[in-house]
Design a protein around this ligand. Structure first.
Ligand code: NAG
Ligand code: NAG
Length: 378
């Protein structure tokens, strides 16, 4: 039910059509009453506390300009105009692409349409990482879509790793308030020297403010952007209960309106020189519209987290007896979670402890110290 509340809130208050209602000429426009109504609605919506910018002020680039094919021979299909790309998973392989440069801070964004029908066991990941350069102490910021059984709400998670903190994934899991297979939606990761924000469309769903006590856990080294689709049957959907069914293959994830904003660096540069050469760029990044959460967006973020977050590491005192330094406890959120970080109602006690099979380039995390995957409770 809460899901409908947010979607109706979004469609009535957040959509560009409400905010920027076009006043098109029509036979009725001569009516003073009609004009009065139209301007009334405009004025009301402009002054409504919930009006936020319809979209970010960003420009998209063609694939060729910023990205390269990563893996999956034949399963990456670029459009003729090169502004969109499809990643396919079939019984032979998944597929992925990577940004051609690494970036010291940045805004990484794409409009994504997920594969429809039966997609259990499939993970579509949009993330930044430097795991291929720093094998032992890599940084990573993830948005991972966790496959779905038709008719259920889609689920996804965000993770944060810094300097090889693989035992502290800082995972959060959420349900979607819309069907991500029907239309494209924008998903974004902002990473600056002071904060990290994950966005779904223009709603910030999670912010991490850099805290000295996080130390190396806050990602600090240049990262590349990755987008992948792969078979994660062992854990993705309901903790591995539902596997990929290749009768429905190929599974197609579509990406378009790709955005890469940040400071591109040579991965080999020493870190000190990167920091100084990217200083100006960093200030510029922090002044952009996506770097600051307005009061209105913060309200939307709080509502999203209150209604759609179903696992949070901050409330998981079983795994983290001492809560991590950046955690801000929200009483109304805390009341919803057990000390496992899972929801008090509607969960199951079944757990998974193994996780495998990320994209080939990713650091293998199948070690005993790896984080437990929270149970899906589909
Ligand atoms: C779902 O399956 C039906 C029947 O096989 C097919 O016609 C339709 O295109 C599929 N939808 C998507 C989004 O893949
Ligand atoms: C990151 O990890 C490396 C290797 O484990 C260590 O030498 C370094 O001090 C760490 N950096 C920070 C900022 O914690």
């Amino acid at each position: 039910m809460d899901h409908d509340v947010l979607s109706s809130l979004r469609s009535s208050k957040f959509s560009p059509s409400t905010t920027f209602l076009p006043v098109s000429p029509s036979p009725l426009s001569s009516s003073i009453l009609f004009r009065f109504l139209v301007y009334g609605v405009l004025v009301l919506s402009l002054f409504s506390r919930h009006v936020i910018s319809a979209s970010f002020d960003v420009s998209s680039i063609p694939f060729e300009e910023g990205y390269s094919h990563l893996f999956g021979e034949g399963n990456l299909v670029r459009s003729d105009d090169d502004y969109s790309v499809k990643l396919l998973l079939d019984r032979f392989t998944g597929a992925g692409f990577i940004s051609s440069s690494m970036y010291q801070h940045g805004f990484f964004s794409a409009k994504i349409k997920l594969p429809g029908n039966y997609t259990a066991g499939i993970v579509v990941a949009f993330y930044t990482s430097n795991g291929d350069v720093f094998e032992k102490n890599h940084d990573e910021l993830d948005i991972e879509f966790l496959g779905n059984v038709q008719g259920k709400k889609w689920r996804f998670q965000t993770n944060v790793y810094g300097n090889g903190s693989t035992s502290r994934g800082r995972e959060e899991r959420y349900t979607m308030w819309f069907d991500p297979t029907r239309e494209f939606h924008r998903y974004s990761i902002l990473w600056t020297a002071t904060n990290i924000i994950f966005y779904v469309d223009d709603v910030p769903i999670r912010e991490i403010i850099r805290n000295e006590e996080m130390g190396g856990d806050y990602p600090a080294k240049p990262m590349a952007l990755y987008a992948t689709i792969w078979d994660a049957s062992s854990w993705a959907t309901a903790g591995g209960k539902y596997k990929v069914n290749y009768l429905y293959a190929p599974f197609v994830a579509e990406f378009k309106d790709l955005v890469l904003e940040g400071c591109p660096v040579e991965s080999a540069s020493p870190l000190g020189s990167i920091a100084s050469s990217c200083y100006e760029n960093g200030l510029e990044l922090e002044s952009r519209d996506f770097s600051t959460i307005t009061y209105e967006s913060r309200v939307a973020m709080r509502q999203f987290r209150q209604r759609h977050m179903y696992y949070s590491y901050c409330y998981d005192t079983v795994r983290y007896p001492f809560s991590l330094p950046e955690c801000v406890m929200v009483q109304s959120e805390k009341e919803r979670f057990k000390d496992t970080g899972r929801l008090k109602f509607g969960g199951s006690h079944k757990r998974r402890s193994r996780r495998r099979g990320r994209a080939p380039i990713r650091v293998e995390m199948g070690r005993s110290d790896e984080p437990q995957q929270p149970y899906e409770g589909l």
